[in-house]
Structure formats: C-alpha cells, structure tokens
Design a protein. Structure first.
Length: 181
C-alpha cells in the first residue's frame, strides 16, 4: 500500500517575538478543537477578558503552493498535518495536533489586502479560484474583524500578526472546516 504524502503546517503555541503580545499563549489548539466540534465562541474568558473564537482557518504566504497542497489532500494523494513546537521553534520537538485528509472539508481561498479603490470597497478581497482567471469568479469582501475572528484572533492581534506580510502578493486562506467566504 502506498503511503500518502504529508504536508506539514506549523501553528504557533505562543505569539511570535515580533508581535506585541510576544510569548503569550495563542490557544490555537483549543480554537481548532472548537472549530472541529462546531463551537463558534466561548463567552468572555475571565483570565484575559476576551471572547474565545474558533480558529476556522489560517492565512499564509505563497498562495500557489498551499492551493496545490490542499488540492493534493482533497484528491486523496496527501494529508495535511498541523503541529506545534513543544518549545522554541526549530529547536524543540514537534507535537502533532491534527491530521486532515480528503474527507476533512479543508480548502483554500486566495486573499489580497488592497489599499486602493473607492471608500465603499473593503480592503480585503477573497477569491475562490486562481488569481490569474477572469474576474467572473466568486469574490467575497469580508470585514476585517470577521476575518480576524475566524482566524482565532482579535482584530488588533490579527493586524499585528500580518504586519510583515507583503500586501502586494496574494496570500492563502487555508480552511480547516467546510466554511468559506
């Protein structure tokens, strides 16, 4: 029997050192379990005073690479393995958290952050297909706070997390559930 390819995707247990909340817990494992179990939100957490929202997706650079990998998973030729580092990234063991296969409902959408256009057009464009296809494709314009919440972050944490991304390049939304924009 042939083994499936494995594509590995690391998620952060703590906010990175470039983030304003560096070193604090992200709770991404809990938020991913919530998404898997269909729980959208826990009420305000007494520890930090924030609602805890399910992590429905992650956003990564290199849209073409991640689209290809998720397409391979959905075709039954690969698995996507989510993991986190037990300690310092690249200096400690990896701990597997979740495994996604063709029956998991994962998917990708392309996202672009824009800084142009009329004031009524939101600064986010999410598309269901390749960015070099005619504009007749499905396009959504989610509000930034909704996008952040579905990524398991507050708006401020989301903005701070993405501050080093190049907004001129398309990014990949990697969905962990059947939800799409």
């Amino acid at each position: 029997m042939n083994r499936l390819k494995q594509y590995r995707l690391g998620i952060s247990r703590t906010f990175p050192k470039t983030h304003s909340r560096a070193g604090e817990e992200t709770r991404f494992e809990l938020k991913l379990k919530m998404a898997r179990d269909g729980v959208k939100m826990f009420p305000i957490d007494p520890e930090d005073g924030e609602n805890i929202y399910a992590k429905l997706h992650t956003i990564r650079k290199n849209y073409p690479l991640w689209k290809h990998r998720v397409d391979e998973v959905n075709a039954g030729r690969a698995e996507l393995v989510l993991y986190e580092w037990e300690g310092l990234p690249r200096k400690s063991k990896q701990r597997e958290l979740f495994r996604f296969n063709k029956d998991s409902g994962i998917g990708t959408q392309m996202i672009m952050f824009t800084t142009y256009g009329p004031a009524h057009i939101p600064p986010v464009i999410v598309r269901d297909d390749d960015y070099d296809v005619a504009p007749s494709c499905h396009t959504a314009f989610p509000e930034l706070d909704v996008l952040a919440r579905n990524d398991g972050l507050s708006f401020d944490d989301f903005r701070d997390w993405l501050k080093h991304y190049d907004p001129s390049k398309p990014l990949a939304i990697i969905h962990f559930t059947p939800f799409r924009y």
